[in-house]
Design a protein around this ligand. Structure first.
Ligand code: IMO
Ligand code: MG
Length: 421
C-alpha cells in the first residue's frame, strides 16, 4: 500500500505526528518536495524532535527514509540534522536522490534580499527555497550528483557565480561570493553525504513492485502549493498530492491512497490572505494555548477558525480519502466554536477560495456556529470518550467535508491519538 500524506491548509497541520504514526506500518518514508523550510515535529516519550529535511519516520528502526528528487537540499542543514539524530548516525537507512537540487549560500542571501525589495512581502522562511527552485526551472541548478564530481561542480558553480555576483553587485549593491570558499566547502559536504546519495527513483519503483509499502511525506500544505495555493503567498514547489509522483519518480499508478491532515482550526505563517483569521486578542490566546510558533523560524503563526471552504477544495484536489483532524484539544474551554463555510465579497457569495487577490484579501467569512466543551480531552482513547460537543464538532466537520475522518489528535504524543473506523 503506497500512501501520500498531504497538508490541507497552509502547512503546520501536524503532518509530522501522522507520518510518525503511520511509519510503523510501512517500509519506506519519502519526502517529495520542499526543503528545510518545513518543520515536522514528532514527540516520542516526552522528547520532541523537529525534522526539516530528514523524513519524519526516521525514529522507527529499520525503516528506509528517502529524500526525493523534488526536494531542495541544504547540505549544511541536512548534515546538522543527521548529526543530531538519537544515535548520531542513520546508518544506511537514509537515501538522497542524486537528482535533488542543492541550496547554495547565494540562494539564501537572494531569498532575503528579494523579500526586502518586494512591496508585497511573502514572508518566506529565508531558507533559499524560491531561488533554488528558480535555478532548477532556469536549468542552471546544481544537483546532489554534481557535488560528487569536482570538475562538473567547478564548471557549474563558476557559471552560476558569474551571474549571481553580478546581481549582488549591480542590483543589490553588495559583495558577491568567493568561488573558492563555496567550492571547497560544498565538495566536503558531497564527500560526507556520498554514502547516502543514490538513484531513489529506481529504489522506490523496485520497492513498490516488490510489494513494499511506501509513505510519501508532503511538506507545507495545499494552500502553499505553487499552482493551487494563495499565489503569490505560497512556497515554490508542488505541495499537493500530484507533486508526490513528480518529486520521486514513483509512477502514479502505484499510488493507493491519499491521507489529508487538517488542524481543528487554521494557522498561517507569513503574509497573504486569511479570511477566517481571529481578531488579534483571541488570536493571541489561541497562539499561546496551541503553542503556534513556527517550528523552523520561531515566528508567531496567525490563527483562525476551521475553514471548510479550503479543506473541501483540498479534499477534491488531492483526492483525499481519509482525513486526520489535529490539535482538537486546543479548542477545549471555548464557549462558541465557528466553522467558515463560505465567504462574501461585494455582494457575491464564494464557495471556493477566490482566485482574485482583492476578493481573497477582503472576503468576509460566513460561519456556522456551535457550542464548545469545557472538559480536557487529552486522556480520551476512543471517540466515545470525547465530550458530547467535541463529538458533535468532529461529526459536523465530517458532514460538511463529506470525508472519512480516521484519526483525531488530542495531544502532542503518539498515544494522544484517537483512531476511528
Ligand atoms: P511545514 O512542512 C508553514 C510558508 C512561509 C511563507 C511561504 C513561502 O512545516 O508545514 P518559503 O520559505 O517556502 O519560500 O516561504 O511558505 N511556509 C510554511 N508555512 N509550514 C511550512 O512547512 C512552511 N514552509 C513554508 O512561511 O509564507
Ligand atoms: Mg511546520
Amino acid at each position: 500500500m503506497n500512501t501520500i500524506i498531504v497538508g490541507t491548509q497552509w502547512g503546520d497541520e501536524g503532518k509530522g505526528k501522522i507520518i510518525d504514526i503511520l511509519s510503523a506500518k510501512v517500509d519506506y518514508i519519502v519526502r517529495y518536495q520542499g526543503g528545510s523550510n518545513a518543520g515536522h515535529t514528532v514527540v516520542v516519550n516526552g522528547k520532541e524532535y523537529v525534522f526539516h529535511l530528514i523524513p519524519s519516520g526516521i525514529l522507527h528502526k529499520g525503516k528506509i527514509c528517502c529524500i526525493g528528487n523534488g526536494v531542495v537540499v541544504d547540505p549544511q542543514a541536512l548534515i546538522k540534522e543527521i548529526k543530531g539524530l538519537p544515535k548520531g548516525d542513520v546508518g544506511n537507512r537514509l537515501k538522497i536522490s542524486s537528482l535533488a537540487h542543492v541550496i547554495l549560500p547565494y540562494h539564501k542571501v537572494l531569498d532575503r534580499l528579494r523579500e526586502t525589495k518586494r512591496t508585497n512581502k511573502i514572508g518566506t522562511t529565508g531558507r533559499g527555497i524560491g531561488p533554488c527552485y528558480s535555478d532548477k526551472i532556469n536549468r542552471c541548478g546544481i544537483r546532489m550528483a554534481d557535488l560528487l564530481n569536482a570538475a562538473v561542480f567547478k564548471e557549474k558553480l563558476k557559471d552560476n557565480l558569474k551571474e549571481k555576483n553580478e546581481i549582488f553587485e549591480k542590483v543589490y549593491k553588495q559583495n558577491g561570493f568567493d568561488f573558492n570558499s563555496i567550492y571547497g566547502e560544498y565538495l566536503d559536504y558531497g564527500k560526507y553525504l556520498s554514502k547516502y546519495i543514490c538513484n531513489v527513483t529506481s529504489l522506490l519503483n523496485k520497492a513498490a513492485s516488490g510489494k513494499k509499502d511506501i509513505l510519501l511525506e508532503g511538506a507545507q500544505g495545499t494552500f502553499l502549493d505553487i499552482d493551487f495555493g494563495s499565489y503569490p503567498f505560497v512556497t515554490s514547489s508542488s505541495a499537493t498530492a500530484g507533486g508526490a509522483c513528480a518529486g520521486t519518480g514513483l509512477s502514479p499508478v502505484k499510488i493507493d491512497k491519499v491521507v489529508g491532515v487538517a488542524k481543528a482550526y487554521t494557522t498561517r505563517v507569513g503574509e497573504g490572505p486569511f479570511p477566517a483569521e481571529f481578531d488579534p486578542s483571541f488570536g493571541e490566546f489561541i497562539r499561546k494555548k496551541g503553542n503556534e510558533f513556527g517550528a523552523t523560524t520561531g515566528r508567531p503563526r496567525r490563527c483562525g477558525w476551521f475553514d471548510s471552504v479550503m479543506v473541501s477544495e483540498s479534499i477534491l484536489l488531492n483526492g483525499i480519502t481519509e482525513l486526520a483532524i489535529m490539535k482538537l484539544d486546543i479548542l477545549n474551554g471555548i464557549k462558541k466554536i465557528k466553522i467558515c463555510t463560505a465567504y462574501k465579497y461585494k455582494g457575491r457569495l464564494f464557495k471556493e477560495f477566490p482566485d482574485d487577490l482583492e476578493a481573497a484579501k477582503f472576503a468576509k467569512p460566513v460561519y456556522k456556529e456551535m457550542p464548545g466543551w469545557e472538559e480536557p480531552i487529552d486522556k480520551a482513547k476512543n471517540f466515545l470518550d470525547l465530550p458530547l460537543n467535541a463529538k458533535k464538532y468532529v461529526s459536523l466537520l465530517r458532514d460538511i467535508l463529506k470525508v472519512k475522518i480516521t484519526m483525531v489528535s488530542v495531544g502532542s504524543s503518539r498515544d494522544n491519538t484517537i483512531f476511528l473506523d
